[in-house]
Write a protein that binds this ligand. Structure first.
Ligand code: E4P
Length: 218
């Protein structure tokens, strides 16, 4: 499973890129707004750090506006993927952009049928939002299971990005289900490293090594 980093923070992206953990990046208007920087400048900088796909979201809600924005964003780099909301106008835009060879990521997907529509429109990626479904008492990962199954049934090439990831369990389940990608916030990425037995084990190894060195000196 590929790991995308779900942030517009360049320092965080650099940090995890150095660890070889960033296969791509996803941003959204909320994440970009947090950075208080120029949108185009941030996206360009991210594309310079990361070789993989970098999702940048359109703000327009009409198909014509979305396509116009997408064409401008696509000029930034070959890595750019245009994030388009799951609406009728959005799917119209996806169809036009896919015919032009511009990659798209259909966002705000909350049902398997929305994911099927996105694939039929020609989306490169689809982003089911698991955390936001959990928040309203649904089981977000069930959506991912359904989307992966439907895409498999029809040999659909659209890749599934598990989005709105809130904790390591979402990442684990995404991998078990066989989702193509999980887009992970830096805070969750950090938690993937942790296990108390690793810390205890390392402490023990170092202590034993220290004792061994002492006995050798005696
Ligand atoms: C990524 O593509 C999504 O925009 C992001 O994962 C949404 O996450 P949130 O539900 O935590 O805002």
């Amino acid at each position: 499973m590929k790991f995308f980093l779900d942030t517009a923070n360049v320092d965080e992206i650099k940090k995890y890129a150095e660890l070889g953990l960033v296969d791509g990046v996803t941003t959204n208007p909320t994440l970009v707004a947090k950075e208080r920087r120029d949108f185009y400048e941030v996206v360009k900088e991210i594309c310079e750090i990361v070789d993989g796909p970098v999702s940048a979201e359109v703000i327009s809600t009409d198909a014509e506006g979305m396509v116009k924005e997408a064409r401008e964003l696509a000029k930034i780099s070959d890595n750019i993927v245009i994030k388009i909301p799951m609406t009728k106008d959005g799917m119209k835009a996806v169809k036009i952009l896919s015919a032009e060879g511009i990659k798209t990521n259909v966002t705000l997907v909350f049902s398997p049928l929305q994911a099927l529509l996105a694939a039929k429109a020609g989306a490169t990626y689809v982003s089911p939002f698991v955390g936001r479904l959990d928040d309203i008492g649904h089981v977000g990962m069930k959506l991912v299971e359904d989307v992966v199954k439907i895409y498999k049934n029809y040999d659909i090439k659209t890749e599934v990005i598990v989005a709105s990831v809130r904790h390591p369990w979402h990442v684990l389940e995404a991998a078990k289900i066989g989702a193509d990608i999980a887009t992970i916030p830096p805070s969750v990425m950090d938690k993937l490293f942790n296990h108390p037995l690793t810390d205890i084990g390392l402490e023990r190894f170092l202590k034993d090594w220290d004792n061994y060195l002492k006995t050798r000196k005696e």
